[in-house]
Ligand binder design. Structure first.
Ligand code: ZN
Length: 135
């Protein structure tokens, strides 16, 4: 029996160190003053918020999370946030973005920390992750 207490997937470990359980790091780009990460979250069972019915995938959008700091660099995390579509013709909901309690909690914790210890703004231009939207 493998020991379930320890995460061994390096991409999930990185996200766990960041403080986002259930997420995995898709790519890391280091600049001179930042570490830019693109993360995915695991989608559980997603249902339409309008009718409660099953939904279909409708791609992704990029959402920037609160920047934090680690090791003298600013950590900039972008979430590849899933979009969903309701196929029911009688439902008013067409598409919607996935909700994640882990992402919400991360943003709250980091913005709280940034209020107490303001971040020095990063000079490097943000990473462009748009080429990751399609897969
Ligand atoms: Zn619906």
């Amino acid at each position: 029996m493998p020991d379930e207490r320890w995460e061994t997937d390096p991409q999930k470990m990185a996200a766990l160190m960041l403080g986002i359980p259930g997420a995995s790091v898709r790519e890391l780009r280091a600049t001179t003053d930042t570490n830019d990460l693109l993360i995915d979250t695991e989608s559980g069972s997603v249902f339409c918020p309008g009718c409660g019915g099953p939904v279909e995938r409708a791609g992704y959008e990029l959402q920037e999370l609160e920047p934090s700091s680690a090791g003298g660099k600013v950590t900039r995390v972008t979430w590849r946030r899933p979009r969903w579509r309701c196929p029911s013709s009688s439902c008013a909901t067409e598409t919607f973005s996935e909700q994640s309690a882990a992402i919400d909690a991360f943003n709250e914790q980091v913005s709280d920390a940034n209020r107490r210890f303001p971040l020095r703004p990063a000079q490097s231009p943000p990473s462009d992750w748009r080429d990751h939207l399609e897969q």
